[in-house]
Design a protein around this ligand. Structure first.
Ligand code: GFB
Length: 316
């Protein structure tokens, strides 16, 4: 395996620099990225001094920046101030530290929720800034949009090869299975698990009508590693299967893989959130026409198996 360290000769001094640093390295995508130094949320990247001194000590050559304050519909609605402050501070500090300490390639994570709520579908890379995001997550969306702006500005002034990716709703092992603030798939897997264990109804938010596009974390990691080595454009790139599914059908797949026989109750008083955010992956496919995505059915089975066998230790 290629060592993660590279020797940089500065005159007589030989500086060892890690090839790759992964922020949010213990999270959903970060754990799937192969190799690299992985830092978790114990390092508070909201604090510019802490971020600066870490990069000064580490001097990574490449960075995959996954660290963020993330959450599902509930978390975004309940914690709007934190979602804005934490993400704008984390991204601004990390991108600036990358510049200051000579990071050659940075891959930064956005999300399809950054797109405008009212725009002609499907969503394409050129539409990121064409209007107000959905009300349920505008603070997170604007903070992430500013990372795209900072990257574009740094490319222009400092000629830096920094890029960003726009994945759809990511799911997989090592997710946050919190019942209130988690994303829909991990929250519902946890709810169905408890309903089966306690012989109680499986309660799902909303009408089940909204549509979403899901992408498996391992696929996102493989695509991110390809972007790190091969994608050098100013414009972000969407990481998506471009396959929409209704929340109701997702529930059906979770019930099947959990072998749940009880009652499913739809809590129509709970939010549906944005109705849909259909993305166009033709740019990605123009580069990787043969990329094999993990099907939602297979990805859900793997995620549920992981959750059941890691129930005591997983984030929830
Ligand atoms: O993944 P999710 O929470 O966020 O999905 P978004 C929300 C959809 O799942 C809504 C339904 O239509 C909900 O009504 N749903 C049903 C549930 N039951 C549940 C449940 O128990 N928990 C949750 N969370 N949803 C997020 C953005 O939007 O997408 C984030 O807010 C981020 O910032 C993420 O971008 C990828 O897809 O609506």
């Amino acid at each position: 395996m290629k060592s993660n360290m590279e020797i940089l000769d500065v005159g007589e001094v030989h500086i060892e620099r890690p090839r790759l640093l992964v922020t949010g390295g213990r999270g959903l995508v970060g754990t799937q990225i192969s190799g690299g130094i992985k830092i978790g949320s114990n390092l508070d990247l909201r604090d510019s001094k802490i971020c600066d001194s870490f990069f000064n000590d580490t001097r990574p050559i490449n960075v995959v920046h996954c660290a963020a304050k993330v959450g599902g519909l509930g978390g975004n609605i309940n914690l709007k101030g934190e979602f804005f402050y934490d993400n704008i501070m984390i991204n601004t500090n990390v991108i600036e530290s990358c510049r200051k300490y000579g990071v050659r390639k940075l891959v930064c994570f956005l999300s399809t929720c950054v797109f405008p709520d009212k725009v002609e579908y499907p969503l394409t890379e050129k539409k990121v800034h064409l209007g107000e995001p959905h009300n349920s997550n505008y603070p997170y969306a604007y903070a992430k949009r500013m990372a795209d702006v900072q990257i574009r500005a740094y490319r222009e002034q400092y000629d830096l090869n920094y890029v960003s990716v726009i994945p759809t709703n990511i799911y997989g092992p090592n997710d946050n299975f919190n019942l209130e603030n988690g994303h829909v798939i991990p929250s519902l897997i946890h709810k169905c698990y408890l309903a089966k264990k306690n012989n109680t109804p499986f309660k799902v938010w909303g009408s089940g009508k909204p549509l979403r596009e899901f992408i498996y974390s391992e696929d996102v990691a493989k695509l991110t590693e390809w972007v790190l080595e091969n994608y050098n454009e100013e414009e972000p790139i969407i990481l998506s299967t471009s396959e929409e599914i209704s929340i109701r059908d997702v529930v059906g797949l979770i019930v099947k893989h959990m072998d749940f026989k009880g009652k499913v109750i739809w809590e129509e008083d709970k939010p549906d959130g944005q109705y849909r955010k259909p993305s166009d992956n033709s740019k990605l496919m123009s580069y990787l026409p043969d990329f094999k995505f993990t099907s939602l059915d297979e990805g859900l089975k793997k995620t549920i198996d992981w959750f059941v066998s890691n129930y005591e230790s997983c984030r929830k």
